[in-house]
Ligand binder design. Structure first.
Ligand code: NDP
Ligand code: TDO
Length: 289
């Protein structure tokens, strides 16, 4: 079976390529970076899919600059909403399974929700994004859901892996440059690790599942907790000061709480969920130089 990978150059896309290099299966992965196939180019996308006749299309392509999305609204919408809607239509027309990724940032993220939903938002919790990136991702999800696509939507949060830039690699860089860092301690959630997201997705595909699932690690922490744990684990001598969100102003608002509930995915055979610090320790080991 041909499996098309869109957005192959991003952090999740590259993890998928590693997975397929290692994997024992009879499928052919056809990876496309943004330069090889721009998903906003409607006719090119359709021609390519019609020609390849894939069994599965994994969409890792996205506009992921949360602050940038507030200003580059049209582009963020074209990539995260319009192009995803067309993938949904093509999936319906050509019969491939569409795997799509979305975000914890679709949820309202109210501070009070932390007490009300200590295990996180469930898949069917009403969306109400606090920023434009979240809105575009919600629109993309909805377009897939309402299309006739056989689909899997995995919502993930605080994605970290060995490839590309993420909070862990940013902290490691800043920790080597500065003596003191300020990190927000009033935004709660949990990291998703790219290797685990790929593993979960594969299990869902193998099980023939469809619909929306949450894939993240176990636990509820703040970005400050995550930063502290990175420096402790790596024995890096840097002072991390916990600060409220107001002390670290960003163009886009961030949710105060965006924990994803993983009960649903845990009911699928093989979809175990690891503690966040276990995933972090593995990632830091992989990132060692
Ligand atoms: N990063 C995170 O913290 C989180 C990510 N997610 C979601 O997970 C998915 C993967 O994210 P992640 O791997 O981190 O994202 P990255 O930003 O690392 O990768 C996204 C990739 O999409 C490509 N891309 C952008 N626009 C287009 C386009 N028009 N056509 C084709 N490719 C395009 C980018 O290429 P180029 O660099 O050349 O523009 C890049 O390689 C996304 O759906 C994202 O919304 C969800 C929660 C958290
Ligand atoms: C670098 C830095 C960030 N922060 C804060 C800013 C922000 O609130 C939080 C995380 O920073 P980031 O820039 O990594 O956050 P952000 O870009 O909002 O990360 C998000 O990306 C998108 C794509 C998603 O879908 C989300 O799940 C989430 O991972 O930490 C500090 O407090 N101190 C710092 O030194």
């Amino acid at each position: 079976m041909n499996i098309v990978l869109l957005g192959a150059g991003g952090q999740l896309g590259r993890e998928w390529q590693v997975f397929f290099k290692k994997g024992e299966h009879n499928h052919t992965l056809l990876p496309y970076t943004s330069a090889q196939l721009d998903i906003t180019h409607e006719s090119e996308l359709a021609d390519e899919m019609r020609q390849l006749q894939p069994g599965v299309v994994i969409n890792c392509a996205a506009y992921t600059d949360v602050d940038g999305a507030e200003e580059q609204r049209d582009l963020a919408w074209e990539v995260n909403a319009d192009a995803v809607a067309r993938l949904g239509e093509l999936s319906g027309e050509l019969g491939f399974t569409l795997v799509h990724y979305s975000t914890d940032y679709v949820f309202p993220g109210e501070e009070e929700d932390r007490e009300q939903f200590p295990d996180g938002y469930a898949e069917d919790h009403p969306a109400d994004p606090v920023n434009y990136y979240g809105q575009t991702k919600w629109e993309g999800e909805q377009a897939v859901r309402t299309s006739s696509a056989h689909h899997l939507i995995l919502r993930i949060s605080w994605l970290c892996g060995v490839f590309g830039s993420n909070f862990v690699t940013t902290m490691l860089r800043l920790g080597s440059q500065r003596e003191v860092l300020q990190v927000v301690d009033d935004q709660w959630g949990s990291p998703s690790f790219t290797a685990e997201v790929v593993r979960h997705t594969w299990m869902l595909l193998k099980a023939g599942e469809a619909g929306t699932f949450h894939s993240t690690s176990r636990g509820l922490i703040t970005w400050y907790d995550l930063a502290q744990a990175i420096f402790e684990e790596k024995d890096i001598d840097v002072t991390v000061k916990p600060v409220p969100s107001e002390a670290f102003p960003t163009v886009a608002e961030r949710p105060r709480f965006s924990k994803l509930n993983t009960q649903k995915i845990e009911s699928i055979p093989g979809c175990t969920v690891e503690e966040w610090d276990v995933g972090l320790a593995r990632l830091l080991y992989q990132l060692r130089t």
